[in-house]
Design a protein around this ligand. Structure first.
Ligand code: HQG
Length: 179
């Protein structure tokens, strides 16, 4: 499979596992897991292609494991809009985290802080390069905001780290942001 086909498939898997499982006949459990076989038939994809996406994914978006019932299962590691309990445990973040976005959003963000929107959390990156790539998904110039995660932690905000290294928190008030 070429790179573009991998990306297309990864997006369809993200849609099915994070946002619209019902459209593909899937019923994720509380933790967001679905049987691998159900995903394969729901998306009419081969096991080889699934493995290629899971192992070749730039962000390791998907986790595959054997469930307690002996059934192999898959879920997205973050980014859901459907209700899921990922079982994340609060963790101490690095002192600074980063958020990449489009410049068009900057005034609003500096006014009201970072909001989670449709997702369960605000997503933050551990380094500037990753944040820049996240921001480049928006049209127009990219801005990377620095988040004072040390101060947020001192003030009682909770942080979680997804299985693929994305830092998550409920919201980031504007006072902790530097453009
Ligand atoms: C913006 C991708 C105006 C925010 C990435 C972002 C990430 C505001 C957009 C993950 C705002 C939401 C998440 C405010 C936030 N006013 N705009 N007050 N607060 N925004 O996609 O962080 O490829 O839900 O800046 O790599 O861009 O899907 O969040 O531009 O890890 O695995 O509202 O999604 O991962 O957009 O990206 P998103 P995000 P995947």
């Amino acid at each position: 499979m070429d790179h573009q086909a991998l990306v297309r498939l990864s997006k369809r898997m993200s849609l099915a596992l994070r946002h619209e499982p019902g459209r593909f006949g899937l019923v994720p459990d509380r933790g967001g897991w679905v049987p691998v076989d159900a995903l394969l038939s729901g998306l009419r994809m081969s096991r080889a292609n699934l493995d290629a996406v899971v192992t070749g994914n730039d962000k390791q978006r998907f986790a595959v494991e054997w469930g307690p019932d002996g059934v192999e299962r898959i879920r997205a590691s973050q980014g859901h809009s459907i209700p899921v309990d990922l079982g994340l445990i609060p963790a101490t973040p690095p002192d600074r985290l980063y958020h990449g976005t489009g410049r068009a959003a900057l005034t609003s963000i500096l006014d009201t802080g970072l909001r989670r929107g449709e997702r369960h959390h605000v997503h933050l990156s551990p380094d500037v390069d990753t944040a820049r790539r996240v921001g480049a998904r928006r049209s127009g110039p990219v801005v990377v905001l620095t988040v004072d995660a040390a101060a947020m932690t001192r003030d009682g905000h909770l942080f979680f780290r997804s299985a693929n290294g994305v830092w998550l928190t409920d919201r980031v008030p504007a006072a902790y942001l530097t453009p």
